[in-house]
Ligand binder design. Sequence first.
Ligand code: ADP
Ligand code: MG
Ligand code: MG
Length: 368
Amino acid sequence: MANIREVIDIFNFKGDFVDVEEFGSGHINKTYLVKFNNEGSEQRYILQQLNDNVFKNIEQLMKNVFAVTSYLRSVIKKNGGDPDRETLHYIHTKDGNEFYKSPEDNTYYRAYIFVRDSVSFNTAENAEMFKSSGEAFGKFQRLLSDFNAEELTETIPHFHDTLWRYNNEFVPALEKNASGRLDTCKAEVDFVNKYADEMGKLTAMTEKGELPLRVTHNDTKLNNVMFDKDTNKCVCVIDLDTVMPGLALYDFGDSIRFGASTAAEDETDLDKVEMDLDYFKAYAEGFLGEAGEYFNQAEIDNLAFASKLMTLECGMRFLTDYINGDVYFRTEYPEHNLDRARNQFKLVADMDSKMDKMEEIIKNIQKA
Ligand code: ADP
Ligand code: MG
Ligand code: MG
């Protein structure tokens, strides 16, 4: 790795260098907090080294990130907002580039202003906080509602094309049975197969033009939302590395999948795993409160279904990896992926049984 002080000198930070430390609880990139003194006042920056194991297509990824943030900044300015707080502000290098590629080890660095007076949280302590993250991602959709998503590169092709994953990843894994584990997960395989007919619903609607292509964030975890340190209101969405063209429904569904579950993703006591309707309602209120009027009816009508689909897809990916012999997700014990798959499938079954109620909740929010 390049010397971090030398990397700091590449970027166009204002003032005199004070201090650098590792920062945050992200799992993908290496993040540093950099402090400068600019004419007596402290200026904080975030400097990140990108994980080139996870991201294979970093130059395209950067183009996506910069296209989205510069668009957001112009819309926020036009609306009279504060673009340094309501989205990321990237600092260019001294010679005017958007990022720095270290010739020593080919790693990539980029820097942005630390969102002033903000904090992030790892888990939603209550439904109110979860609602606030729904607002943040809804606002993201609202501000980007006129952005042409076709301008972005699909850096991870077929990311939420569940039927494609079924045909091209799941079924071949069964045929290969590389781990020899197929005998130990027959019930789970049957569970996935039972849903095969539903997997292509959203992609078919997209092809017919019924669902519009939008900017999807694709990593809607709570710690990718910055909250005001005093009011706890959401300030902005960060961590745009996985922005891609996709459906607003994917972001919504994935948020519900992990945020509205009553248990951790690998909880093995399945009696504890349920979809919490209060959390579902809270997130939907936040999300639709911001973006509802920009969505078409087909999008709104499929929010509940998309929550189930994203959960099914995630469970299927865990099961695929279990059958392949744990080659993709990091595991802590041999059955870890199978336990995660069972957990997600319990959630899918629970959502199925609550589908009428979920749809009712969405209808009531839309009426209000
Ligand atoms: P990762 O992909 O590793 O999750 P993130 O971009 O989410 O990387 O950054 C990791 C953490 O660093 C975030 O959860 C947040 O706490 C902090 N962080 C990142 N960018 C900023 C920023 N501009 N202002 C304040 N904190 C930030
Ligand atoms: Mg993050
Ligand atoms: Mg990230």
